[in-house]
Design a protein around this ligand. Structure first.
Ligand SMILES: *Cc1c(COP(=O)(O)O)cnc(C)c1O
Length: 400
């Protein structure tokens, strides 16, 4: 693989220094290009929000703020990060266990809508809104009964901590249409994660439409906003394979043609699909050895920086950036034309980034470059376990 020039130059520079290479690099220019293309291809009335739990770095938020419709957040801390990056950005506030304090702070921070996950939460939001003499727009997050078009469904159609059970919807509808301080705007149906099939996603949208149309009749309401969640995937096993965004937006254009005119906004809230590709995690191989017949490459770094592969139980794709510099007095262990397992610096056998992967050659002193590390990488990792230094975070293409 040839690396983009800026990344290549960065790795050359860091490999020439004395400290082992250990960094995340983010391509902000590429991120802006990708997300601008995504946003431009959405038919009205669809809008793209960024689910910032995927990567909440201030530089990422600032790069995306002028491009996306706003940010989907799930904590008071995330609200503060959005406001630091853009004081006027639209905010959608979700999350399965909001504290009364967070709800009040969200109202004070002027969030656009709240996504409500239970009956009790409706009462808490109503209380916070009336205490401020306000009315706040809410969407009800529903855990659909299913059945769903595909098995990739992760957040609904089975027991999860998310949303209101479809069977409990009548009580929630009664509350949301009568409690003071609330304005019912529609439903929120985020149901799947890392889905790689455009066809499955479109089938899902068909189910959402039919379900919500039936609810409008059943409850005598008009929906204005439907949140169809995120969940558009990235293929970590076959990095050449992409979610077929063009096919998806073609189908989406037909789908929106079937919606009632009073559905004034279809909200997408994607995380992974927007930021995965902009990030790279690069770590130097500190040692190479064999142990019970297995070749190991041990790196300066690991799952405390990049927990994604263990969290999804996959081998994360990487390439080898060859570094010729080496101390001539020391042996230089290597593996050639063999399978290697990449382990980090933590004292736990779970600290593995890739297992049993064929490589042409990897030597101590080379740098392993993990792609698709921009979403759910640093942000989901337990940074201070074992108290190693944090990686460097480099933002390329800032302000270009
Ligand atoms: C995590 C999450 C998202 C984003 O999911 P991706 O798979 O990263 O697109 C969107 N909405 C909610 C409610 C979430 O919890």
């Amino acid at each position: 693989m040839t690396l983009p020039d800026a990344l290549d130059a960065l790795l050359r520079d860091r490999a020439a220094r004395d400290e082992p290479v250990c960094l995340f690099a983010y391509d902000l220019a590429g991120l802006r290009r990708h997300v601008s293309d995504v946003v431009a291809s959405l038919p009205a009335p669809c809008r793209m929000y960024y689910a910032m739990k995927a990567n909440s770095a201030g530089e990422i938020l600032a790069a995306l703020a002028p491009i996306v419709a706003g940010f989907e957040v799930a904590s008071g801390g995330e609200i503060a990060k959005v406001r630091a990056a853009d004081p006027s950005a639209a905010i959608l506030f979700g999350g399965p266990a909001k504290t009364p304090g967070e709800i009040g702070a969200a109202l004070d921070a002027d969030v656009t809508r709240l996504h409500v996950e239970s009956l009790l939460e409706l009462y808490r939001i109503s209380a916070a809104a009336t205490a401020r003499g306000r009315t706040v727009e809410v969407l009800l997050r529903v855990n659909l009964a299913g059945p769903f078009p595909d098995a990739t469904i992760a957040m609904a159609g089975r027991p999860t901590q998310f949303g209101i059970d479809e069977a409990d919807l009548p009580a929630a509808m009664a509350a949301v249409t009568t409690l003071p301080g609330l304005r019912f705007a529609g439903f929120h149906l985020h149901s799947l994660s890392n889905n790689l099939s455009a066809e499955t996603h479109l089938a899902m949208l068909g189910l959402y439409r039919d379900t919500v149309l039936a609810w409008e009749k059943e409850f005598g309401v008009e929906v204005e906003v439907l949140d169809v969640g995120g969940g558009i995937g990235v293929d970590y096993q076959d990095t050449a394979h992409r979610f077929d965004w063009d096919a998806f937006t073609r189908g989406l254009t037909s789908w929106v043609g079937t919606l009632p005119a009073h559905w004034r906004e279809i909200q997408f809230e994607c995380g992974r699909y927007l930021t995965a590709a902009c990030g790279t995690y690069a770590v130097e191989v500190l040692d190479v050895k064999r142990n019970h017949g297995v070749a190991w490459a041990l790196v300066r770094g690991g799952t405390h920086h990049f927990r994604l592969p263990v969290s999804w139980q996959h081998s994360h794709p990487f390439t080898v950036f060859a570094v010729d510099r080496w101390d001539p007095e020391a042996p230089r262990p290597s593996v050639t034309d063999d399978r290697v397992t990449v382990a980090g610096e933590l004292c736990t056998p779970k600290d593995v980034l890739a297992r049993d992967v064929p490589v042409a050659a990897v030597r101590a002193g080379d740098v392993l470059v993990f792609e698709l590390a921009g979403a759910y990488g640093w942000d989901i990792s337990h940074h201070d376990f074992l108290s190693h230094p944090h990686p460097e975070h480099v933002f390329l293409g800032q302000g270009t």
